[in-house]
Design a protein around this ligand. Structure first.
Ligand code: GTP
Length: 239
């Protein structure tokens, strides 16, 4: 097995990605394809933790939540991430991986509570740890949860799986002339207000010198390519 550029990673998958081409809910084929990629990455030596978003079911800042108290809406969003985590756990287990869902909000009948040292042990034993319910507090996004868990679990990079190939100067879906960056600094992301992750997550990654790789999760094999250090997506790092 060749040496990997990143062997310990935290992969953030948005809820919208799990919906595949649909506007809402879960798309079994998409989830199964992602999980095949995760299994492939684990097979080449990747130690993977996941943070899953919930926007395919409920998003605290969406129109659905208009008029609701923000904190209540955010808690609903966190519960949505738990549903997604269970769906991904099921799909990963079908790929033969051992997994543990750990929730930042205690719901012990459903999954384990998130305890950092316990998560470390699971990872040491080769299990995929799926972190659910964000960080358990409203006003924080699952991007921020991904950055925080990446620090706590001492991963080497945050990988953000998206529907597009990387970070562009403008929305590539709306603008066919959008140009993709191969690398960016954290400050460039913040100054240009590029939609990589929210500013809290970027700042946390910057302060802790944690690289972020944004890549297309819909291209089979891309996750392993990122682990091997192939030129895939956009890397955010450095001053
Ligand atoms: P080791 O102690 O490292 O062997 O980890 P383990 O997770 O295999 O051991 P444990 O006996 O704690 O867990 C056995 C099973 O119970 C696993 O599938 C866990 O995910 C599950 N489990 C453990 N704690 C909880 C909990 O608080 N709630 C729920 N729902 N499941 C749990």
């Amino acid at each position: 097995m060749g040496k990997l550029r990143f062997s310990q990673v935290l992969l953030k998958i948005s809820g919208e990605a799990l919906a595949g081409g649909k506007d809402f809910g879960l798309d079994g084929e998409t989830i199964s394809a992602f999980c095949k990629d995760i299994a492939q990455a684990a097979a080449i030596g990747g130690r993977i933790s996941l943070v899953i978003g919930g926007g395919n079911i409920f998003r605290g800042v969406s129109e659905q939540a208009a008029g609701m108290d923000r904190a209540s809406a955010d808690y609903m969003g966190m519960l949505a991430t738990v549903m997604n985590a269970l769906a991904v756990q099921d799909a990963l287990e079908k790929q033969g991986l051992t997994t543990r869902v750990m929730s930042a909000i205690d719901m012990k009948e459903v999954c384990e509570p998130y305890i950092r040292r316990r998560a470390d042990r699971h990872l040491e034993k080769g299990r995929v740890v799926i972190c659910a319910a964000g960080i358990g507090s409203p006003y924080f996004t699952t991007d921020t949860a991904a950055a925080l868990r990446a620090m706590e679990l001492k991963t080497e990079a945050i990988l953000k799986g998206t529907k597009v190939n990387g970070v562009y100067d403008k929305d590539p879906v709306k603008h066919p002339d959008a140009v993709m960056y191969s690398s960016l600094t954290y400050m460039e992301v913040l100054e240009k207000r590029l939609k990589v992750m929210d500013s809290t997550a970027i700042s946390l990654a910057m302060d802790n010198k944690m690289p972020i790789v944004v890549f297309n999760m819909f291209v089979a094999g891309n996750l392993s390519r990122v682990l091997k250090g192939e030129n895939v997506g956009t890397i955010v790092q450095g001053g």
